[in-house]
Design a protein around this ligand. Structure first.
Ligand SMILES: C[S@@+](CC[C@H](N)C(=O)[O-])C[C@H]1O[C@@H](n2cnc3c(N)ncnc32)[C@H](O)[C@@H]1O
Length: 458
């Protein structure tokens, strides 16, 4: 499991975690996002005393995310192993249990035993407990052949729908496999060091003293080798560090903020980049977010970092309606971290490829174009707009910006470190790449997939 194993005697029972994870899995397969599915399954099925227990929700998240990373293989295995279609609750329990067997997170005996206990613990699945036992044991007997067959199909092996695989193969003929392989990995936990409070070297020393192995993977980015609850990370509560992927950490420095500047952070929640901008310069930021629940997260992030109030205004508004948040004074800098396919952050959101349809990418690109056109007039002359998407699809990145600049003679593209004139496409890379020593950290060595383009108004 990704979360560290809790001390003996305090861990939630695996059987209980499997029950909740199975309920989350059912919700996920009927179209809910992983986060929402987990929230509702915890509310409905976690033992009463453990509904807000971080260890329980961590264990359930690990089990469900592990299944989500193997969605296509699990569907195949269920098709091979289960001959009469069982109650959906039984299928879901089998799916999450098989995922744990595939991940080899527990001994085979423990896992099968706990899955059978999980089945017995609920009226809906109790009658199928012998069948759960039989199916899991049959999988173990035929494991090698079944795994080989399941992985023989690349879309199944990489856990994406065929249209997603085809799109990546046509856009990145020689890189598609490495992108997909990186996205099957457990997401790395990366911290951003608050430059107002400490240096990466100081934080590394504190992490080491606390027994948390880490290494620097970007200018202010530290990768914790073992995912750890944030409460256990020294300096987190005090605002010395925040959790943020090293690729996402490039936005604030590349925006080039200076003291006194007026900055618009469009699409701001949960506020990772808002906070970074405020850490870097004594500027004023309007952080606009349409979703009121998510806007609350910006406030709590800023409070933890001691950056709330004063220089930051959190505004709940639709960025496409400037009259609802803009006072008419142009912004010196605009950060547009636009909603996108999230095709660059699949290892953090393994549900994403299964929630999207091929036609969604064009719809998202149309919305992003609308945002660019709406925000451009809000930018001061000589002002800069940084466009970011956590996507690897060119329609949302390189092609989006090319079309915008072509229709907007007052927009000039600026070169980014390591990027060409068309912008910088960062492809998600593997934790194994981060082992390579590199002096130059201008572009991090471990990161998710992002597209960046910096535009200047002439
Ligand atoms: C990629 S996330 C932003 C992440 C954020 N910049 C950070 O670094 O923490 C996109 C956000 O845009 C918000 N959003 C989507 N459409 C919007 C709109 N029309 N106006 C304002 N916010 C919007 C979404 O609710 C979501 O929170």
């Amino acid at each position: 499991m990704t979360a560290e194993a809790p001390a003996a005697g305090t861990a939630p029972a695996l059987a209980d975690a499997l029950v909740v994870a199975a309920a989350a899995w059912s919700r996920l397969r009927s179209g809910q996002s992983l986060d929402r599915a987990l929230e509702l399954a915890m509310r409905d099925l976690a033992p009463p005393g453990q509904r807000s227990d971080a260890r329980m929700s961590g264990a359930v998240r690990d089990i469900t995310a592990s299944a989500a990373r193997r969605c296509a293989v699990l569907e195949y295995l269920l098709g091979e192993l289960v001959h009469r279609s069982p109650d959906p609750a039984v299928s879901a329990l089998l799916a999450v249990a098989l995922a744990q067997l595939l991940a080899r997170s527990y001994t085979e005996f423990t896992l099968v035993n706990q899955a059978v206990r999980a089945a017995r613990s609920r009226a809906q699945t109790a009658g199928a407990a012998p069948m759960v036992n039989a199916v899991l044991r049959e999988f173990l007997r035929r494991r090698a052949t079944l795994e080989e067959q399941a992985n023989s199909d690349p879309a199944r092996r990489f856990n994406v729908p065929p249209w997603w695989l085809n799109r990546l193969q046509s856009e990145y003929p020689s890189r598609a496999e490495s992108i997909l392989a990186a996205q099957l990995e457990e997401p790395p936990l990366v911290l951003r060091v608050n430059c107002r409070r400490a240096t990466p070297v100081q934080v590394l020393a504190e992490l080491t003293a606390a027994g948390l192995a880490a290494r620097q993977v970007g200018p202010s980015a530290l990768w914790l080798h073992r995912p750890t609850a944030v409460e256990r990370i020294p300096g987190f509560a005090a605002g010395v560090v925040s959790v943020q992927d090293a690729g996402a950490q490039l936005a604030a420095p590349w925006l080039g903020v200076g003291a006194g500047m007026r900055v618009l952070d469009a699409c701001a929640a949960p506020g990772g980049k808002t906070a970074h901008v405020l850490e870097l310069a004594d500027c004023r930021v309007d952080a606009v977010e349409m979703d009121p629940k998510r806007a609350i997260l910006i406030d709590s992030n800023l409070q933890r970092l001691g950056l709330a109030g004063g220089r930051a205004r959190v505004l709940v508004a639709d960025i496409l309606r400037p009259s609802s948040y803009w006072d008419g004074t142009p912004y010196d800098r605009i950060l547009l971290d636009a909603p996108c396919s999230a095709s660059g952050v699949v290892r953090r959101h393994p549900d994403v490829p299964w929630l999207r349809r091929a036609s969604d990418v064009a719809k998202l690109a149309t919305r992003q174009a609308k945002m660019l056109h709406t925000l451009w007039p809000l930018l001061a002359p000589a002002g800069r707009l940084l466009y970011v998407v956590c996507s690897v699809f060119a329609e949302e990145g390189r092609r989006q910006i090319a079309a915008f600049v072509q229709g907007q003679p007052g927009a000039r593209r600026l070169r980014l470190p390591h990027g060409g004139p068309a912008g910088l496409q960062l492809l998600p890379n593997s934790a194994a790449d981060a082992a390579t020593e590199r002096e130059d950290m201008a572009v991090p060595v471990l990161h998710d997939g992002f597209f960046y383009a910096l535009l200047e108004k002439i």
